[in-house]
Design a binder for this molecule. Structure first.
Ligand SMILES: NC(=O)c1ccc[n+]([C@@H]2O[C@H](COP(=O)([O-])OP(=O)(O)OC[C@H]3O[C@@H](n4cnc5c(N)ncnc54)[C@H](O)[C@@H]3O)[C@@H](O)[C@H]2O)c1
Length: 294
């Protein structure tokens, strides 16, 4: 066991599942004490039992600012201070498009994905100033960078998370508080089941299937796992990233390096697609060209 977070106290939201859960475990491994905040009471309590005295579970709805503030204030109450906030709770939210846009659904999605990130930072700052500094990490998404990965409300809110992170760094650097975002790609978690209306058990089953089968979706050739994101969050939260603020770290196995044909030679590119060339034909043409070159 190493100790990159020895003596540190963290709050992690969305801690009962997926990326948040993996991050709580990784933080504890590195010596931190953690307030694990989540809506899901049973799973949150199970995590705290599993990890012992270093973890305190607090039931929290991050969309409710009073509930979020209480979870953040729980860190100094339980462990004597606050050094790290990982604002990570999330769900897919509204799937409406532009034409069937709905104000209430949009507002609820933004309260969860963007307002909670802003409010969380605001509530954490006084505690971090009292410690002489701190680190905030916010979970964005590759859907903040490109179209094609999530609905419009989710993607726009996550883009807001990225720019809020930059803007907040202009103010918080003077207090030695760093703020950065992690940008996950396609990660095998329960979030997809939640979007499909599945219960927790079904969502966990779907996450296991995604973990087993999604390797070919990523240039790097394997599935993205919560632990991959936890490792990046650990870096951004630790003193090793002491000169890093106002930016983001994309952890996506290369998914956003370019369209599929850029990294998968058997996928037809725009010209081949325009000419109606199939994947099989593109592959055969590539192999014939290679043979011709010897
Ligand atoms: N899995 C991916 O591919 C992916 C990609 C990009 C970004 N993300 C983001 O990662 C973050 C974590 O998601 P995940 O993939 O681990 O999914 P997950 O469903 O496994 O975990 C999300 C957690 O957030 C909690 N949560 C949801 N609404 C909440 C609320 N109002 N208050 C408190 N807790 C709440 C859930 O109970 C759950 O425990 C989210 O912000 C998500 O948007 C995920």
């Amino acid at each position: 066991m190493s100790s990159r977070l020895a003596g540190k106290v963290a709050v992690v939201t969305g801690a009962a599942s997926g990326i948040g859960r993996a991050t709580v475990a990784r933080f504890v491994e590195e010596g931190a004490r953690v307030v694990a905040a989540d809506l899901q009471e049973e799973a949150g309590r199970a995590l705290a039992r599993e990890l012992g005295d270093a973890v305190r579970f607090v039931r929290c709805d991050v969309s409710d600012t009073a509930s979020l503030k209480a979870a953040i204030d729980a860190a100094p109450q339980a462990f004597g201070g606050l050094d790290i906030l990982f604002s990570n709770a999330g769900a897919v939210g509204s799937i409406a498009g532009v034409e069937n846009w709905d104000a209430a659904a949009w507002d609820a999605t933004f309260a969860l994905l963007l307002r909670a990130v802003v409010a969380g930072a605001s509530y954490a700052v006084p505690h971090m100033k009292a410690r002489g500094g701190g680190a905030i990490v916010n979970t964005a998404s590759i859907s903040a960078l490109q179209a094609g990965y999530a609905p419009i409300a989710y993607s726009t809110a996550k883009a807001g998370v990225l720019h809020f992170t930059r803007m907040a760094a202009t103010e918080l650097s003077a207090h030695r508080i760093r703020i950065n975002a992690v940008v996950p790609g396609f990660i095998a978690t329960s979030i997809f089941g939640g979007m499909l209306g599945m219960d927790a058990a079904q969502s966990a089953e779907l996450a296991r299937a995604v973990a087993a089968k999604s390797g070919s979706a990523n240039p790097i050739g394997r599935s993205g796992l919560p632990a991959d994101i936890a490792e990046a969050v650990l870096y951004l939260a630790s003193d090793g990233a002491g000169f890093v603020t106002g930016t983001h770290l994309t952890v996506d196995g290369g998914l956003t390096i370019g369209p599929r044909h850029a990294w998968d030679p058997d996928t037809p590119g725009p010209m081949q697609t325009a000419l109606g060339i199939s994947r099989e034909q593109a592959k055969a043409m590539r192999e014939a060209a290679a043979r011709a070159r010897g």
